[in-house]
Ligand binder design. Structure first.
Ligand code: SF4
Length: 409
C-alpha cells in the first residue's frame, strides 16, 4: 500500500486503461439503485469524504483515492458504438460508491455530459448519484429527458451542519447548494431523491439534526429520502475516518471504538442508542415522504418483469419490518427471479430475437397462467394482478399500513 501527502492509504497507482465495455449490465435490478445498467466515467473521487466506503481495499481503487482520479476518456465513443446495437430498455445509473460523476474533473473533461447526451438520444431513463451542484449545468438535457422517459436526481446529504460537512465532505458542494440543486431539478421536471446516508454516530444522527434535514428536504418537495447509517470496514476506510475524528472530535473516539470495535468485515456497528435513522423514517412518513424510491416511480423506469421483482422485494422488506416470517415469500422471490433471469440471459444470447421479445414473453406468462403457476400462491397472485393492472402500493415504504396488500403470503 502507498500513503499520500495527507497520510491517506491506497494501492499502487497504475495509469488508466481504455475501457472496453461501458454499460455495466445487471441481470435483475438491485434493491438500492433500482436500475439495470450502470456507467461510471471516473474512478476515485476528489470530493474526499472522510467516511467514503470506496476507499475500502475490497474495491481495489488504485493510487491516491482523491488525487489519482481515473478519467475514462474513451467512454463516450465506446458508448456510442454500444448503443448502436443496444436492444434493451431500463434506467441507467450514472455513479457508484467509488466515484462521483460530477466531481471537479467533470467540469473540464465533460464525460458525464457527453454520456447523458447519448443516453438522451437513445431515450433511456437515467438516474444520477451526486453530491455536487455541477449537475445543474446538465438540466438542459435532464429536464426534457425526464418529461420523455424519466430522469432521477439522487443527491447525498445527511446534515445541514456546514462546519461538519467542511470536515467530513471537504470537496462536495455546500448543503445549501445541494438543496437549491434539488429545487431546480424538481422545477425542471426531474424526480428527486436524497440519500441521507451515512448518518454519522454522535455527529449527524441526533433528533434535532435529522428534523432540520427533513424540514429542508420537505421544503423542496423531494420525492423520497433513503436514510442509512455509517459502516466502517476494517482497513484504510476506518483508519482515515478515525484519524479525522481524532483531529476534530476526539471526545467521540471511545464511543466509536465501542460500537465499531468488533471490526466486522461488513463495517456494520453494534446497535447504539444515538442512531436516529428510524426516527428520521418516522418523521419523513409524517411528512408524506417515502423512505425508499416508491413503486409509483420505478414502475415507469423499468421493464414490467423487473418492476415486479422489486415489488416483491419491497413486500418482503415490509414484512420483515413488521416482524412477519418471510421464508415462504423469499422462496417465491428466488423462484421468480431465476425464471426472469433465465429469460433475460436467453434474450441476450440470441441476438436474432426481436427487441420486444422479453416484454412479449412476460405478457404471455401473465396471460396464459405461467406466472400464476410460478408464484403458486393465491394471495400473492391476486396482489400481482392488481399491481400489473396499474395499482400502486406501499407509497410510504416498508412498514406502512395499506389496505389491499396481503397481510402474509
Ligand atoms: S462523493 Fe461519494 S464517491 Fe466521492 S468521496 Fe464522497 S462518498 Fe466517496
Amino acid at each position: 500500500m502507498t500513503e499520500d501527502s495527507h497520510g491517506n492509504k491506497g494501492f499502487w497507482y497504475n495509469p488508466p486503461m481504455a475501457v472496453t465495455r461501458v454499460l455495466q449490465k445487471a441481470l435483475i435490478p438491485d434493491n438500492f439503485t433500482r436500475s439495470l445498467f450502470r456507467i461510471s466515467p471516473y474512478r476515485g473521487c476528489s470530493h474526499g469524504c472522510r467516511y467514503c466506503d470506496g476507499r475500502a481495499e475490497r474495491y481495489y481503487v488504485p493510487g491516491d483515492f482523491e488525487k489519482d482520479v481515473e478519467v475514462r476518456e474513451n467512454m463516450p465513443s465506446r458508448l456510442e458504438e454500444e448503443l448502436l446495437n443496444f436492444r434493451e430498455w431500463g434506467m441507467v445509473t450514472l455513479g457508484s460508491g467509488v466515484t462521483d460523476v460530477y466531481q471537479p474533473k467533470e467540469a473540464e473533461a465533460g464525460l458525464t455530459r457527453k454520456i447523458l447526451t447519448l443516453l438522451a438520444k437513445s431515450e433511456l431513463p437515467v438516474q444520477i448519484l451526486t453530491k455536487s451542484d455541477l449537475v445543474q449545468r446538465d438540466l438542459d438535457i435532464l429536464g426534457p429527458l425526464a418529461k420523455k422517459v424519466g430522469a432521477v436526481l439522487l443527491i447525498s446529504l445527511t446534515t445541514l451542519d456546514q462546519d461538519l460537512l467542511n470536515v467530513m465532505e471537504p470537496g462536495a458542494s455546500r448543503a445549501s447548494e445541494r438543496i437549491e440543486t434539488l429545487r431546480l431539478a424538481k422545477a425542471a421536471g426531474l424526480t428527486t431523491g436524497v440519500l441521507a446516508m451515512p448518518l454519522l454516530p454522535g455527529l449527524s444522527d441526533d433528533k434535532k439534526s435529522v428534523e432540520n434535514l427533513a424540514n429542508a428536504l420537505k421544503s423542496v418537495e423531494v420525492d423520497f429520502v433513503c436514510p442509512g447509517g455509517l459502516t466502517l470496514r476494517p482497513g484504510c476506510q476506518k483508519e482515515i475516518y478515525l484519524d479525522t475524528l481524532a483531529a476534530h472530535h476526539p471526545e467521540l473516539l471511545t464511543f466509536y471504538k465501542e460500537i465499531y470495535g468488533e471490526n466486522r468485515p461488513s463495517g456494520m456497528p453494534q446497535r447504539h442508542p444515538s442512531y436516529q435513522g428510524d426516527y428520521l423514517i418516522q418523521i419523513l412518513r409524517d411528512m408524506g415522504i417515502p423512505p425508499v424510491m416508491p413503486q409509483r416511480i420505478y414502475k415507469n423506469l423499468l421493464p414490467r418483469g423487473d418492476g415486479l421483482s422489486l415489488v416483491f422485494q419491497d413486500l418482503r422488506d415490509h414484512y420483515k419490518y413488521r416482524g412477519i416470517d418471510v421464508r415462504s415469500l423469499q422462496s417465491i422471490i428466488s423462484r421468480y427471479n431465476s425464471w426472469w433471469i433465465d429469460l433475460r440471459k436467453h434474450f441476450r444470447r440470441h441476438r436474432a430475437l426481436e427487441d420486444t421479445w422479453l416484454d412479449q414473453r412476460f405478457t404471455e406468462a401473465l396471460t396464459f397462467g405461467e406466472l400464476e403457476r410460478l408464484l403458486d400462491n393465491k394471495k400473492l397472485w391476486k396482489f400481482t394482478q392488481e399491481i400489473l393492472d396499474g395499482g400502486e402500493w406501499n407509497s410510504l415504504g416498508p412498514g406502512t399500513p395499506r389496505q389491499g396488500f396481503p397481510k402474509t403470503v
